[in-house]
Design a binder for this molecule. Structure first.
Ligand code: ADP
Ligand code: MG
Length: 369
């Protein structure tokens, strides 16, 4: 095998559900998936991460322990992928590891910008014997950018078409869109909540990590006054560049929204949250210039059939990225494999127009075994 061109991408996002691992071969014909693996995040580790995501339950001791545990988990995911796909460790150039975000603060409104991803890349490099690229966001932020979203550059590389303006919608915990225009331009930004609020409400009321296929939401009816109130959140009308996370869209945000509506049925609230996700995504897409000809969904939200149906009402051309050759749950992993390759090739990983950074730059730090 050509040892220069196989990269592994590891992604664990705001949903804190799993580490998605993918091995990708880059060659002149394009990109080829040569293996994938999903490593569940154990419940107690998930709880530790959630504690770290919110003051005042965070602590330096917990941060350091969780960083270590995640480093081990990323190594386990990588070794699982290597065994599953029967890969030779020596054939893999590098692992691109996003890490687990525990705090993201966009540099706006007078805030200092910072973004913190953990999961010790030293442990990952040593336990796999493979070089690791990690800490992708902070160079962009050092240049005044949001450090997010980073996937649009990959969407442009992998999905651009000279015949159509394509929009890629990544519905993870948070949702982000990329407009990959036929003239070579690319813009992108976070639209707001993806699955995060629906997940929170399902966990509280039906005790499952998420609302499978949106079935529970489908048993309720969206409540318009609540929906309109939630859509009034200023994040939705803020101009790009913009990024967000659990710092804004969390239990406390939801409780504040619900305070005026104490008598709603839980399933109607779930239906309203699904509508909020769908409508804010649709409105962001319908306001794009140039307008979208084709819309493709990736991220776990692509598996929520009720959400997809709701999106299709306003976006009739909607498909999942399966039709572009990459399974929705693997697109972000592909992006971080590509970002690792960009780092080793000394090529830029950010799009200054997307993040608001002063310039394009090579992203990520390199950790050797
Ligand atoms: N069959 C399904 N039905 C409904 N939602 C789903 C389904 N499969 C995945 N999801 C949603 O996708 C989320 C995970 O998406 P993912 O892209 O991994 O997000 P993140 O990048 O934030 O980890 C789950 O938490 C869940 O909300
Ligand atoms: Mg995930």
């Amino acid at each position: 095998m050509d040892s220069d061109n196989i990269y592994i991408g590891l992604m664990s996002g705001t949903s804190i559900d799993a580490v998605d691992a993918v091995a990708v071969k880059f060659n002149t014909r394009g990109i080829e998936q040569i293996g994938c693996y999903s490593q569940a995040i154990p419940e107690d580790l998930k709880q530790q991460i959630l504690h770290l995501c919110q003051a005042p339950t965070d602590s330096v001791q917990l941060l350091a322990e969780t960083d270590h545990r995640l480093g081990k988990l990323y190594a386990q995911a990588t070794l699982g992928l290597i065994a599953n796909a029967q890969l030779e460790t020596s054939a893999i150039s590098a692992i691109g590891c996003h890490g687990q975000t525990i705090r993201h603060c966009a540099p706006s409104d007078g805030n200092i910008g910072f973004s913190l991803q953990i999961g010790d890349a030293n442990i990952l490099a040593v336990e796999t014997g493979i070089p690791v690229v990690a800490d992708f966001r902070r160079k962009d932020m050092a240049l005044g950018g949001q450090g997010a979203p980073l996937v649009p550059a990959f969407h442009q590389y992998a999905f651009a078409s000279t015949n159509a303006n394509r929009v890629i919608v990544n519905i993870g915990g948070i949702s982000n869109i990329s407009l990959v225009a036929s003239n070579g331009d690319c813009i992108g930004f976070d639209t707001g909540p993806g699955n995060l609020l629906m997940d929170l409400w399902s966990q509280t009321h039906i005790g499952t990590h998420y609302d499978h296929n949106g079935d529970w939401a489908a048993s309720g009816e969206p409540y318009q006054p609540l929906l309109q109130q939630m859509k009034g959140c200023e994040f939705f009308t803020k101009p790009a560049p913009k990024s967000t996370g659990r710092e804004l869209f969390n239990h406390s945000w939801l409780n504040t929204q619900l305070a005026e509506f104490p008598n709603l049925e839980p399933q109607d609230i779930q239906a309203t949250l699904l509508s909020l996700t769908a409508e804010t995504i649709c409105e962001a897409i319908l306001n794009l210039d140039p307008s979208a000809d084709e819309v493709y969904v990736c991220g776990g939200g692509a598996y929520n059939s009720q959400l997809m149906a709701k999106l299709s009402e306003q976006l009739p051309s909607l498909k999942s990225t399966d039709s572009l050759g990459i399974a929705p749950n693997l697109v972000e992993g592909f992006a971080f494999a590509w970002l690792a390759k960009q780092r080793l090739d000394n090529q830029p990983g950010n799009l200054a127009k997307v993040t608001g950074a002063k310039r394009q730059t090579v992203l990520g730090g390199l950790y050797l075994p």
